[in-house]
Design a protein around this ligand. Structure first.
Ligand code: XMP
Length: 499
């Protein structure tokens, strides 16, 4: 990263003094602006990993009270990403990850095809038996090669349904096709200009390798500016796994999820351990096409070594989380602003393509822009999202009528007792556990959309103050000032009665 000289000197000075900083220790310096006309819409796109980009640089935490399928779907629809926690069986996690991928059906990868010699009646029977609410199918010959398409209206005209599908279909020379691998945007333009409702994709040997349906494609096209989608127009999905140990099922888990996954997050309290490196090496050599983000670490040397082992993203944060007690219990952990900066600097130009996610400790909206100014590419949040409708868990009402949701650390006593994944994350084997988190409650905040919209607004507002047109500028050029306790007191409402 090409940090401004002022920022480099600021952190060097802190280092010389042996001081590490967190959000409440600093504020952003505004920048004079007469020469800078900012774009109407400030660009907040960023990266979570080498291959996975974000339209909105927010990621929901891999915690069992924050991210299941509902949250992951909502986060991706809002332009961000949700990392589905692993405190469930392989089959359950697969179901949740698959839900995300299938939520917006852009490309139908394995469309149901009908044989040209089947009778129309048999196709209608199949639709009835299997409760299909569609009647459009690619039609194939005995070698599975495309010979036509039959759609709903083709079933309206025949007097006799005993005839073959080939008698009612639109033949292949009258339909528009495209090769497999065609992106959803290309498909949209092709179907729009040809005014076609379907676009079969053909493999090199002429067999059917996919199908786009215009109603799906156009819905995604309308939302593509803000949904976070892959090249097929399906929502980006992420899932957490534990380090490999005699008691974990990491490789089996990834194998089961891989088909529906864009990025896997190796989630451990100590990302710089023998086990984390061994797991990273093994995942990389077995699933070479899958991005892997590894965490958590808080020292630059750890981040660099993970990148050298092939990590496609680094997650930074040891103990900043709202429900964390790691620092209290073990005395380790770097305050988050310094930790993020240290890791980004250590990755340097050699690993400038390995994004850093600042995980934990976002308590106020203003902390978000500070995390980016420290060098982060994305911000992971637990507490901010735990009180929303999409977070797993039931609402409960306190005696004063207020409505709450449970939010607990994955290293809390409660979670360690319940979840193998929590025990793996915190290396809690044997009979006695040392909890590194607490179980708590947060006020109910309604849909995640409302909470995230405010985070986005706040980030864009911060960026206007510091004259940052995009996240790259914010990361490289925004300068920080260290503040005192008096400055912090002044940062909050003071000397008034706000009740
Ligand atoms: P926030 O502050 O957003 O932090 O609530 C969420 C992050 O906290 C981490 N996490 C834990 N850290 N003990 C810890 O030391 C725990 O029990 C625990 N549970 C979650 C995790 O990185 C999450 O994203």
């Amino acid at each position: 990263m090409k940090s401004s000289l002022e920022k480099v000197q600021f952190f060097e000075k802190m280092e010389e003094q042996g001081v590490a900083l967190t959000f409440d220790d600093v504020r952003l310096r505004t920048q004079s602006g007469s020469a800078t006309e900012l774009p109407k819409v400030i660009d907040i796109q960023s990266q979570f990993s080498r291959e996975v980009s974000l339209k909105v640089p927010f990621v929901s935490a891999a915690m069992d009270t924050v991210t299941g399928g509902d949250m992951a779907i909502e986060m991706a629809k809002l332009g961000g990403l949700g990392v589905i926690h692993s405190a469930m069986t392989i089959a359950e996690q697969r179901t949740e990850v698959r839900r995300v991928k299938k939520e917006v059906n852009g490309l139908i990868e394995e469309p149901i095809c009908v044989d040209q010699d089947s009778s129309l009646q048999s196709v209608l029977n199949m639709c009835f038996d299997r409760k299909f609410n569609f009647r459009t199918f690619p039609v194939v010959d005995g070698n599975r090669k495309l010979v036509g398409v039959i759609s709903g209206k083709d079933f309206e005209y025949p007097d006799d349904y005993s005839g073959p599908v080939s008698s009612a279909m639109t033949p292949v020379d009258s339909i528009v096709v495209a090769p497999t691998g065609t992106s959803i945007e290309d498909a949209y333009h092709k179907m729009q200009s040809a005014k076609k409702n379907t676009l079969p994709l053909l493999s090199e040997d002429g067999t059917v390798g996919g199908l786009y349906v215009f109603s799906d494609v156009s819905r995604i096209h309308r939302n593509i500016d803000h949904y976070n989608v892959d090249k097929n127009g399906q929502l980006i999905s992420a899932a957490a796994v534990s380090t490999i140990s005699p008691t974990s099922d990491t490789m089996e888990r990834i194998e089961a999820l891989e088909k529906y996954l864009d990025v896997v997050v190796l989630d451990t309290a100590d990302g710089d351990s023998f086990y984390a490196f061994r797991t990273l090496d093994q995942i990389k050599s077995t699933f070479s096409d899958l991005d892997i983000v590894v965490g958590n670490v808080s020292e630059g040397a750890s981040a660099r070594e993970l990148a050298e082992h092939g990590a496609d993203g680094i997650k930074v944060g040891q103990g900043p989380g709202s429900i964390c007690t790691t620092r209290r219990e073990t005395g380790i952990g770097m305050p988050q602003v310094t930790a993020v900066h240290d890791c980004v600097e250590a990755l340097g130009n050699d690993f400038a393509d390995v994004p850093v996610c600042a995980d934990g400790g976002i308590a106020q909206h203003g902390d978000i822009a500070i995390a980016f100014a420290a060098g982060a590419h994305s911000v992971m949040m637990g507490r901010m999202l735990a009180g929303t409708k999409e977070a797993p868990g039931e609402l409960f009402t306190r005696s004063d009528g207020s409505v709450w949701k449970r939010y607990r650390g994955m290293g809390s006593q409660e979670a360690l007792l319940e979840n193998a994944a929590s025990r793996e994350r915190y290396g809690a084997q044997g009979g006695v556990f040392l909890p590194e988190g607490i179980a708590a409650q947060v006020g109910y905040e309604g849909p995640a959309d409302g909470v995230l919209s405010l985070c986005i607004l706040a980030l864009r507002k911060s960026m206007r103050y510091v004259k940052a047109p995009d996240i790259i500028y914010l990361r490289e050029n925004t300068n920080l000032r260290r503040i005192t306790n008096a400055g912090l007191r002044e940062s909050h409402p003071h000397d008034v009665d706000s009740k």
